[in-house]
Design a protein around this ligand. Structure first.
Ligand SMILES: Nc1ncnc2c1ncn2[C@@H]1O[C@H](COP(=O)(O)OP(=O)(O)OP(=O)(O)O)[C@@H](O)[C@H]1O
Ligand SMILES: CCCCCCCCCCCCC/C=C/[C@@H](O)[C@H](CO)NC(=O)CCCCC
Ligand SMILES: [Ca+2]
Length: 560
């Protein structure tokens, strides 16, 4: 099929100018038809040419169907113009603005011929109907209490109009309690009706959707989630995230921005980004799934403290962060892990996961993965260490990042080179160090310096890992001869026994939720879910070139 072959080509009017508009299978282009005028004005040919990829057209319709957001003056001009050229159609399309943000922009073409106008609408719509990845029907869950409690408003004012323009139908559920969305997805929702599930909220709300969908899929396929080595069935339905939480790191790390309109447009164009999911077990009990950060020690303590301050909104993390930093606790335990093999890079390389990432392109078939792993699994099941690496130590933080965890607080993230869909997680072990050194390490999450370039930080790319805290009894006995309170280390309180116990164990935070067990086994499930996203785009694609910005055509309107 020749993608360049013209489907339609006409001279139409764009405001007061005649333009040559061409549609082929992949691109819609329009350029000023009056070449003579262009030459005399010194603007070279092509300077006024614009093109939009068909896959980034949101909708096309007769112009009276489009909301008129023009000023009174431009409405008057338009009226005069429309008497001459009474038939018009509007194309809404994705326009890239700054920092990975997308906007919905409109361009309206006029003509004096009703049939021609209808033909343009019909042929363009025919091309859009060939884009089968686009969702037609969505199930939307809104958490009205996430982040700054703006979820409902964000959806109604910024997202619903975009879905409406794209002709997507929605069923909207505003949650009434925590786990409402998870339970509904797990047991009630008729998923056959929908092409996607949309979550309006933060990472916690996303986690609900993730658990609801993954559990539902396993139940439907008779897979027992409690089995550590169960081969989980990937979810067939995609998830869209409209950011309305406190951290929104899953949205930020998969889109490059926390912006509701941008996310809505990624849903409309039917993007698809596979994502790894970690399953977390305590012996034979399934605990939770994680896609972003599993953290013990510093982040576990921070989350424990911040949960008591939910009323503070996003600021709770700053307050608890300072408090946890000042506590400066360390924890003893054993981390065992199965390193990732092959060409999967390592956390210290500088190969960041970007849209179309070649490392994430190849998903090992479950058969390959199984044969590669089976020996090791058997060995480890028998208690043999096999290829498992074992590290005993005193840790300020143990972090596992299944993806970069980039967020506005830390634009490059917890592990800048972690991949969204490579089947691995980056294990970051921060050993006992001085407060100043730990501060330096934290600070590097926010600037360009390498947070792993410290002698007390060790990183590994892993497929599985386990953590065993040092046994309470041992810890307390040992603590009698080696108290926690040493130079640079202040326990939470000074009452020896109670304090040794309270400081001996931290908790795991799993994407912002606390786990009830400290001894855990974690396994990365490669590409278990898919999001309506495409990963962070490398460069802002140039859609058009203006040699003289003053000649910018004044008809573009964008939805904010
Ligand atoms: N109607 C509701 N009432 C109370 N809690 C809810 C409701 N709906 C969802 N929740 C819970 O609220 C928690 C927090 O929500 P959410 O993740 O949207 O915001 P956040 O915690 O501010 O942001 P982030 O997770 O990005 O830090 C979630 O764990 C979710 O289970
Ligand atoms: C001196 C300056 C120090 C600054 C330190 C910044 C370090 C930032 C690393 C950010 C990593 C965020 C990982 C995201 C985890 C989410 O699943 C989770 C739920 O939303 N959020 C938190 O755990 C909330 C995590 C809150 C982190 C502060
Ligand atoms: Ca990964």
């Amino acid at each position: 099929m020749d993608k360049q072959a013209k489907l339609l080509s006409s001279r139409l009017f764009l405001k007061h100018r005649q333009v040559e508009v061409v549609l082929n299978r992949s691109v819609l282009t329009w350029k000023e038809a009056d070449k003579e005028r262009k030459r005399s004005s010194g603007i070279s040919e092509g300077a006024h040419s614009r093109s939009v990829q068909v896959c980034e057209i949101v909708a096309v319709s007769r112009t009276e169907d489009v909301d008129d957001k023009r000023t009174r003056k431009s409405r008057k001009e338009a009226k005069q113009h429309s008497q001459l050229y009474p038939h018009a159609f509007t194309v809404s399309y994705v326009m890239r603005t700054r920092r990975h943000q997308w906007r919905c922009s409109d361009v309206t073409f006029h003509c004096d011929n009703q049939e021609l106008c209808d033909q343009w609408i019909r042929v363009t719509n025919e091309q859009l109907s060939l884009l089968t990845d686009r969702p037609k029907s969505l199930l939307v869950y809104i958490n009205p209490f996430g982040g700054k409690r703006r979820g409902k408003r964000i959806y109604e004012q910024k997202v619903a109009p975009v879905f409406h323009r794209a002709g997507i139908s929605t069923d909207v559920i505003v949650t009434e309690r925590a786990n409402h969305a998870r339970d509904h997805l797990e047991t009630e929702a008729n998923l056959d009706k929908y092409d996607g599930v949309v979550c309006v909220g933060g990472d916690g709300m996303f986690s609900e959707i993730l658990h609801g969908l993954v559990s539902r899929t396993q139940t439907d396929h008779d897979v027992d989630q409690n089995q550590l080595d169960a081969e989980l069935v990937p979810c067939s339905i995609r998830i869209g995230i409209i950011p309305a939480g406190s951290t929104d790191c899953i949205c930020f790390a998969t889109v490059g921005a926390n912006d509701p309109v941008t996310s809505a447009l990624h849903i409309v164009v039917g993007d698809s980004q596979p994502m790894d999911v970690c399953s977390v077990h305590h012996n034979d009990i399934f605990l939770r799934y994680s896609v972003s950060l599993l953290g013990y020690g510093f982040y576990g303590d921070l989350l424990t403290d911040s949960e008591r301050k939910r009323w503070l909104g996003p600021a709770r993390y700053d307050l608890s962060g300072v408090k946890t930093f000042l506590s400066h606790n360390y924890y003893k335990g054993t981390v065992s892990f199965l390193p990732a093999e092959g060409n999967l890079g390592n956390p210290k390389d500088k190969q960041q996961c970007r849209s179309g990432c070649h490392i994430c392109q190849h998903k090992p078939s479950s058969k390959d993965q199984h044969s590669e792993m089976s020996d090791k699994k058997e060995k480890s099941a028998k208690g043999d260490s096999g290829d498992w690496n074992v590290i005993h130590g005193k840790f300020i933080a143990i972090n596992a990042a299944t993806m970069s965890c980039a967020c506005p607080r830390s634009p490059k993230g917890m592990s800048p080179s972690a991949h969204l869909a490579d089947g691995t997680a980056d294990l970051i072990l921060v050993r006992k160090c001085s407060r100043l050194d730990f501060f330096r390490h934290l600070l590097r999450h926010t600037n360009k310096n390498d947070q792993f370039d410290h002698s007390f930080v060790e990183v590994h790319r892993v497929r599985k890992f386990r953590f065993q805290p040092q046994h309470l009894k041992l810890a307390s006995l040992e603590d009698l001869s080696e108290p926690l309170q040493k130079k640079g280390f202040n326990p939470i309180c000074s009452a020896q026994t109670a304090c040794s116990y309270s400081a001996a164990h931290s908790s795991w935070t799993c994407d912002g939720e606390l786990l009830p067990h400290t001894a855990i086994q974690v396994s990365v499930q490669c590409q278990l879910i898919r999001l309506f996203a495409r990963g962070i785009e490398e460069q802002q694609q140039q859609q058009f070139v203006f040699e003289d910005p003053c000649t910018l055509w004044p008809l573009e309107q964008s939805t904010n």
